[in-house]
Design a protein around this ligand. Structure first.
Ligand code: GLV
Ligand code: MN
Ligand code: MN
Length: 342
């Protein structure tokens, strides 16, 4: 299947040992260039907007968008983002309608979709995003596909700990002010705090230690904080309990009834279980939904216990194939259901 071969090609850009296409990197650019070539081959009209987002448009209802992102986390998997772009391209090509979009920098705060929504450009009449679940729900339910109800609220920021540098061999243990020891205690506290808030999760994924000598007591430590909760109130509670100032905050986003129903109908029509589930991961669909675009997401079952943001990310070929069929039929349905455009 061409979608699977294309996922392999995109994965190889990062060297093939995990996807490595961070926002703004030559690898992210290379992925956009490759997909632009595929769009041209499919006869689409190709355009990069001012933020570097890539569009491939048909001449029929180009205001119905399908897509996702091409950047990746460090050492990411094969499917997170690219599946929605190459699957979206297949759906647009097969249906002959809509536009496919590849957003920039989703992993670091949905840079491209946010800039687009804030920039006053014309927004679509509807947006569909195909994505892997990145969790265990569908695998446990024995379902290949699911439809997203809402996207989690999340906030990112950092905490800084100051101490006093000193000699690792001559400073007595009771005379130290070690910034890394303070950070370690905070990391354990963050874990416990998130566990006390229903649906709350919090992660410290980055740690910068200064001056960074193995024989120097750490003087300054910076840790990243990623905190998430199902709704805005729970997220406020979590942020306050951790005690950090978010630099970036995304509200929860409900998916729209209309396109969601169409996805569910398409599952029902194929005799598939119509599982609905919330997303604990952030997505460009959340940004478009918050900007007022009727948006919906189709999830594909993640295998290996749902692992994601890891090279162990896996979905079955036949599930991907089914998802592209459902997406194609849904784009056609939305195009037919909407008022005639222009
Ligand atoms: C995007 O993958 C996120 O961090 O939720
Ligand atoms: Mn993603
Ligand atoms: Mn991701």
């Amino acid at each position: 299947m061409r979608v699977l071969a294309r996922l392999d090609e995109l994965y190889a850009i990062g060297g093939g040992h995990g996807a490595n296409r961070p926002y703004g990197s030559p690898e992210e650019d290379a992925a956009h260039t490759l997909v632009a070539d595929w769009m041209r081959e499919a006869g689409l009209e190709v355009e990069f907007d001012a933020h570097g987002n890539l569009f491939g448009r048909t001449s029929m209802r180009d205001d119905i968008w399908v897509g996702s992102h091409l950047d990746s986390v460090p050492k990411g998997g094969r499917f997170d983002g690219p599946l929605g772009v190459v699957g979206g391209l297949a759906a647009v090509e097969r249906s002959g309608c809509g536009s496919v979009v590849a957003f920039r920098g989703e992993e670091v705060g949905c840079i491209g979709s946010r800039a687009l929504c804030a920039g006053g450009a014309a927004l679509p009449a509807a947006f569909l995003e195909l994505h892997i679940e990145q969790g265990p729900v569908l695998e446990r339910a024995g379902a290949a596909l699911g439809v997203v109800t809402s996207i989690v609220a999340y906030a990112r920021g950092e905490l800084v700990f100051e101490g006093r540098a000193g000699h690792a061999g001559t400073t007595p243990m009771d005379g130290r002010d070690d910034a890394l020891v303070a950070a370690a205690a905070a990391i354990l506290r963050i874990r416990e705090t998130a566990g006390r808030i229903e649906g709350g999760v919090a992660t410290v994924g980055q740690l910068a230690v200064e001056p960074g000598g193995s024989n120097v007591i750490p003087e300054r430590v910076r840790i990243s904080v990623d905190a998430r909760a199902p709704d805005a109130t729970q997220l406020d509670e979590l942020i306050a309990a951790i005690g950090f100032e978010p630099s970036d905050r995304t509200p929860p986003a409900a998916m729209a009834e209309g396109p969601r129903r169409i996805l569910l109908d398409e599952l029902n029509g194929r005799g598939l279980p119509a599982i609905e589930l919330p997303s604990g991961a952030g997505h460009d669909a959340g940004i478009l939904a918050a900007a007022g675009v009727p948006s919906a997401m189709l999830f594909v079952r993640s295998l290996n216990g749902g692992i994601s943001h890891s090279p162990d990310e896996l979905s079955a070929d036949e599930d991907v194939e089914l998802a592209v069929d459902v997406l194609t039929a849904s784009v056609e349905r939305i195009a037919n259901d909407l008022e005639p455009a222009k």
